[in-house]
Ligand binder design. Sequence first.
Ligand SMILES: *Cc1c(COP(=O)(O)O)cnc(C)c1O
Ligand code: SF4
Length: 447
Amino acid sequence: MAANLYKSYSIRNYFEIPQMQKLSNSDNSAIEVVGNVLPFKTNNYVVDNLIDWDNIPFDPIFTLTFPRKEMLLNSHYEQIEELIKKNVPRSILNDEANKIRMELNPHPAGQKYNVPKINGTELPGVQHKYRETVLFFPSQGQTCHAYCTFCFRWPQFVGMNEVKFAMKEIDLLYRYLIENREVTDVLFTGGDPLIMKTKILSAYIDRLLDDALYNIQTIRIGTKAISYWPYRFLTDDDSDELLRLFERIVSKGKNLAIMAHFNHPIELSTAAAQEAIRKIRATGAQIRTQSPVLKHINDSPEIWAEMWRKQVNNNCIPYYMFIARDTGAKHFFAVSLVDAWKIFRQAYQRVSGVCRTVRGPSMSSTPGKIQVLGVSKVQDVDVIVMRFLQGRNPDWIARPFFAGYNEKATWLDELKPAFGEEKFFFESELEEIFHEHIYDNETENFE
Ligand SMILES: *Cc1c(COP(=O)(O)O)cnc(C)c1O
Ligand code: SF4
C-alpha cells in the first residue's frame, strides 16, 4: 500500500476541506462558533472515507467529529456568536470559551482522587482506582488523530517528543508496580497513546516487560487509531516497528489487548480498517472494543447489533457499552439509563453468543463501573436493577442492587435507592474512602 499522508483539520483550516462546499451556511457557522469552545479536529481519512457528505449534518461520523449547533446550549452559542461577529481579539474569545468550558463539568467522576503516590510523591500521569488495573497517561499520548465531539478535552499539549522524558515517567511507574504486586494490568490511555511515535511508546512499554514485573500480565492500549487513522498500522513510517513491539509483548507471554473505540459500524467498513485489524491480530494481540451509547450517532439496537457482529467477523471481541459521561455536550448525546438498557437488550437479543462478551450499559461513576441490568418489578414496585462491574472496593462487585424506577435519569446521581432506603449499600463506605482521600490528596488531574 502506498504511504498515506496525514492531513489534519481544525478550526483554523477546516474551510480547506474540499467537501465543505456541501455545507449550508448555518452548518458552517456552527463549526466556527462551537469549534471555539469544544475541541475540534478531524483528518483526511475520516473526511474522505467515513462521512456521507450527502447526509449533512445528520451523518453519524460528521456528528462524531464536527461541531454542530445543538452541542452548545443556546445561551452559550449566542454568546460566542456575538463575540465572533464583533471580531474581538482571540484572547477575549478564549477567556469566554474557558468560562463556558468550566460550566461543562470538565472533570467528571472524581478522577482527582485516583492519583497514587510513591514515598509521598505523586505519580504523574497515573490513576489507580481498581485494584488490578493501573491507568497510565503517557504525556506524549494526550491528543488523538481526530476528536470525538462527545469527549470533552482541553486542548492537550503535544510536542514533548523526548524519549528522556518518557523514561522518567515510566521509572516511577515501574517502582510503583514493584511495590504494588496486586496490579496485573497496565492500561495505556489518553488521548490516544498510538498518536506517539513507536520509539517513544517502546521506551514506555519495554520497561514494563522487565522480568522483575512478573505481576504485569496484561498490557492494554486504548486507541481510536483503527477508526481515525488505520494507516498507523499500515503505512506510517514506523508502522512495522509498532507491530514488532506488539510481537515483543506477546512473545514475553503477556496478554496484549488493544482496547479499540468504535462508535458506529461504518468505522469497520473500509479496507484500511480491516487490514489494520488483520495486521494487529497477526502479532498475537487481541482487540477488544468499546463505545458509549450516543444519541445522533448510535442510539438504536440495529446499529449496535450490526457493530458487534462486524467486530466479531473481524475477530474483535465486544467488551463494553458505556453510558456517556456527564460532561461537555452531554445534553446533545445523552440517552437515558432505561433507553440505553432497551437498546442493549434488543441488540443483545439479535446476535449470537459469540457477540455477547459485551457488558453494559455501564456508567463509569465515582464508586465504580455500574451496569444497568434492567428494569423490573419487585412486589409491585418498579425498580432499576444494577450491579458493579468494577468497584473502588472489590467487595461491591457483582451484587445486584435496586434503584427506584426513573425513566429520565441519565446518571447514577439522579437515581434514588428503591424501597424507601436512605442510601445505596456502598454509599457510607464511599464517603469514608473519600474522607481519607480528601485529606491526603487534593490535586487536580488529567482526563
Ligand atoms: C474501566 C476502567 C478500568 C479497567 O476496568 P476493566 O473492567 O478491567 O476493563 C481501570 N481503571 C479505570 C479508572 C477505569 O475506568
Ligand atoms: S480520547 Fe478517545 S473519545 Fe476522546 S477524542 Fe480521543 S479518540 Fe475520541
